[in-house]
Design a binder for this molecule. Structure first.
Ligand SMILES: NC(=O)c1ccc[n+]([C@@H]2O[C@H](COP(=O)([O-])OP(=O)(O)OC[C@H]3O[C@@H](n4cnc5c(N)ncnc54)[C@H](OP(=O)(O)O)[C@@H]3O)[C@@H](O)[C@H]2O)c1
Length: 265
């Protein structure tokens, strides 16, 4: 028996497997493309297998396939899963509820629904989680303990999972677009591309850490950078005129709408 299995070792499944294998080597990896799982397993010092072996031998099974592939993947392992009473399924699929996963797998499975993001790969992820009612306290505790190298774990009501996904699951893409703009501004002002990208990325890291380290809200922190008659206030005015905050808000709402659609598909 292994503690953790991953079916699908793409961007997200691979990032989560990387985080979990820093806590334990009791991990099996499988992917459509067997070589992909084998290569990652060798890098992480764990073993690769196939979907059926994972369904038979792992206690916590991460379902790392795209939402559109979930029904097919689960139906191919459902017979084995339904013979077991010690398995916890961990779903990260955008838009798919715990009840939907249960229907697809054909049983009242213990399920932890999570919504991770790609910075999990470097231990700075945000992982929203919502356990089904039949997951025990001990099962959840063991799961959380072994996810500690993924980043920040936040318990959230399942009804808010699609909303949370639209902020932290999709958010890295939105932040990278902001970083690109910040860096391009530097390039336009004469800095070389590589240096400017590094300045922009570190600025986002530092600003986020400062926000999380104290009680000041973003408005206070903005004020702290803006001296009257100085340069920052001019940039802030330009962002306000372009409607930056509304633009970002609309991006979250567009992602939310799609998450809801995915859940109904
Ligand atoms: N990417 C993100 O930032 C993010 C954030 C939050 C949640 N998620 C969720 O994470 C899940 C995976 O997304 P992703 O971005 O990691 O996708 P991805 O990079 O395409 O990874 C999915 C992997 O699963 C493999 N796969 C497909 N069907 C399979 C099967 N039946 N058995 C074994 N492996 C199979 C795919 O192989 P092939 O390519 O050969 O089909 C691929 O390697 C999705 O449900 C998504 O909603 C992703």
């Amino acid at each position: 028996m292994k503690d953790f299995g991953f079916i699908g070792t793409g961007n997200m499944g691979g990032a989560l497997a990387t985080a979990v294998s820093k806590s334990t080597k009791s991990v099996l990896l499988a992917d459509h493309f067997a070589e992909k799982a084998a290569e990652l397993a060798s890098k992480l010092g764990v073993q690769s297998a196939d979907n059926l072996t994972i369904a038979r031998e792992c206690r916590y099974i991460f379902l790392g396939v795209k939402p559109q592939m979930m029904a097919d993947m689960l139906s191919s392992v459902a017979d084995i899963l339904n013979q077991r009473d010690d398995v916890v399924l961990v779903t990260m699929a955008a838009g798919l509820s715990i009840e939907t996963i249960r229907k697809m797998a054909g049983g009242n499975f213990r399920i932890i629904r999570i919504m991770p993001n790609t910075p999990v790969l470097v231990g700075e992820g945000e992982v929203l989680y919502s356990p089904a009612e039949n997951v025990s306290g001990n099962e959840l505790e063991f799961f959380i303990e072994n996810m500690k190298y993924a980043g920040q774990l936040t318990k959230i009501d399942e009804s808010l999972m699609d909303a949370g996904c639209s902020v932290s699951g999709c958010g890295p893409a939105f932040v990278y677009m902001f970083i690109k703009g910040l860096a391009q501004g530097g390039v336009d002002c004469g800095i070389d591309k590589e240096t400017s990208l590094s300045l922009a990325a570190q600025t986002v890291i530092g600003a986020a850490k400062l926000l999380m380290s104290g009680d000041d809200n973003p408005d206070t922190l903005i004020k702290n950078v803006c001296s009257p008659g100085g340069s920052t206030i001019e940039g802030v005015k330009a962002l306000e005129q372009s409607g930056l905050e509304t633009i970002v808000e609309n991006a979250v709402k567009a992602a939310y709408k799609r998450n809801i659609e995915l859940g109904k598909a």
